[in-house]
Design a protein around this ligand. Sequence first.
Ligand code: S5P
Length: 263
Amino acid sequence: SSHLQSYGQRAQNFTNPAAKLLLETMERKKSNLAVSVDVTKTKDFLSIIDTVGPFVCLIKTHIDILEDFDPSLITQLKELSQKHNFLIFEDRKFADIGNTVALQYSRGVHRIADWAHITNAHAVPGPGIITGLSSVGLPLGRGLLLLAEMSTKGSLATGAYTDATLRMAENNRDFVVGFVAQQRMGGHHEDFLVLTPGVGLDSKGDGMGQQYRTPREVILDSACDVIIVGRGIYGGDTAESVRAQAQRYQDAGWSSYLERISL
Ligand code: S5P
């Protein structure tokens, strides 16, 4: 019998509503797949999301790469999130002083805090970045992930930096719900979500530093919670290939999770 809690059981370990909703959604949809939709045209963005929606717990966005961004896009994104029951993660990677990130999070043309259940930040400025972001996000029930490690070759986020990032999260449990990292990190007894990019079944890298591991390596061997897949899924040119890849990664992620909790 398993000593590890299921995703659904872990919802009770969090007070943060975004973390609870994500875990409940994962359990309900049997999906630990997040798709990263890194395209530059609104039309492609929405059509990929509508295609992969049934297979994902989470859609990850880089809203600032859309060339034809219009606020009505956000209405459509929210409608797709309702239709398919997924959460939205804006991969903004905030990295400035608290006052500045609070403005970047709430204002500008994108108004990220209005629609993104989850966003992320680098730990490099120190805890003030969490104070700034939580002043906006906490009253809205949003959650924050800290980048504790990166998937890229030569990443500087290792060792003492990664450890200090963990401490920052532990001291801000109400708003910081977990990490973007390559593995579940030891040394803390509290529950955190671990979301992991750099996942691909057919490629080992991209010639620009990205490094890929398989869903099984990420979920089973490294004990992470969510696989984040971008080009491995939307890289195909037909809706049918995008759909087939989303299903394939969902199955690979979920079977690895079932194997892990049965250990
Ligand atoms: O360490 C990281 C952190 C992130 S959030 N490595 C990453 O690749 N990412 C993001 O995950 C990156 O910005 C991109 O949006 C996605 C990976 O895309 P793929 O096409 O390489 O799967």
